[in-house]
Design a binder for this molecule. Structure first.
Ligand SMILES: [Zn+2]
Length: 334
């Protein structure tokens, strides 16, 4: 696209400012908790059809997928359209599902993360169709309103790629980044560890082996590991947090023979699931404790009734600064 075309696109988009705002408001007004996105998906698809998208459909999982053009370069714009729930304790200045505009700011659940991105993609599609109609384009643009993202980060797009056969060359995520271009994201995974002991009556505890005591040593080493993790630029430091603990004993008056912890692990550049599991195995080995270490599964069901499961592992990703997508994003944001 030459500069005159780019300028024209920008002018046209500016002309739709009001429509963009009312779209964002409408998207906020439709409550769309993870797994309950049917209404918002139907609204988005109806807008895609109204704006002349070449295709608009809900995929097998329930993502809203719109397509413009049929060119060789495949570009995917993604905005997750689910939100976390509004809980009773939250203190809202304006009602969370009203989409109220005060002093040029829109308030509501999803007003930042990330319904405005979806509205932007819709208007972008509308302008593209107005300017180019059915002329052949050098790209295929997919605008995706993905579901269930708050529950299971990577799954909706994994579904698109693996189950729907959409294989984009470039992906833009609409996550809020303070209006800056981010070219990577720390990964995240969960791990569970279990230790086993031997139960015995509390009055004769020397006849038992306490699974909690074994785990306590492991927990203490994990705290050390967290302090020793090194930053890797540009994503900084990973982290490891013991987030839950439970145990089993025949009664509260006996030695527990089972203890389990849950771990939240954030991953920086170069940290993979293999490395994480290996670090934990080394801790157990060093302590001479036999422990089971595993990555739990996420299981869920979409609004369409589609069941899915995935390892609780969402790898780090990073693009080089020189990557054409990063450069194009920086140009557009300037
Ligand atoms: Zn988000």
């Amino acid at each position: 696209m030459n500069t005159t075309e780019t300028k024209l696109i920008q002018e046209k988009i500016s002309g739709y400012r009001k429509e963009l705002f009312s779209l964002i408001q409408r998207l906020i007004q439709i409550r769309s908790y993870s797994g309950e996105e049917q209404e918002i998906v139907e609204f988005i698809l109806s807008k895609m059809r109204e704006y002349g998208f070449d295709e608009a459909f809900a995929d097998g999982l329930g993502n809203a997928v719109g397509r413009i053009g049929n060119g060789p370069v495949k570009i995917l714009f993604d905005a997750h359209i689910d939100t976390v729930k509004v809980t009773e304790g939250e203190n809202w200045t304006y009602p969370p599902f009203e989409g109220k505009i005060v002093d040029g700011k829109i308030y509501g659940r999803g007003a930042v993360d990330e319904k405005p991105a979806m509205a932007g993609y819709l208007i972008a599609g509308k302008v593209l169709k107005e300017m180019y109609g059915n002329q052949p384009l050098p790209f295929t643009l997919y605008a995706v309103g993905s579901v269930l993202e708050e529950d299971c980060d990577g799954y909706p797009l994994l579904h698109l790629i693996e189950k729907e056969g959409i294989r984009p060359d470039y992906v833009l995520l609409g996550e809020p980044t303070d209006l800056r271009v981010y070219r990577g994201q720390r990964g995240r995974m969960e791990v569970e560890i279990a230790t086993h002991g031997k139960s015995a009556h509390g009055a004769h505890n020397q006849q038992g082996i306490n699974a909690i005591y074994k785990m306590a040593k492991i927990v203490s080493e994990i705290e050390q590991l967290d302090a020793n993790l090194q930053p890797v630029e540009p994503l900084g430091k990973g982290s490891i947090t013991v987030s839950d603990i439970s145990s089993k004993a025949p009664s509260l008056c006996s030695v527990p023979d089972y203890c389990r912890i849950h771990i939240d692990r954030r991953l920086t550049v170069g940290e993979t699931q293999e490395l994480v599991v290996q670090q934990l195995q080394e801790i157990a080995q060093k302590l001479g404790i036999k422990a089971n270490i595993w990555i739990p599964m996420y299981r869920g069901k979409s609004w369409k009734g589609t069941e899915f499961e995935q390892d609780a592992y969402f790898p780090t990703w990073i693009l080089e600064e020189e990557h054409p997508l990063v450069q194009a994003a920086l140009d557009s944001a300037a």
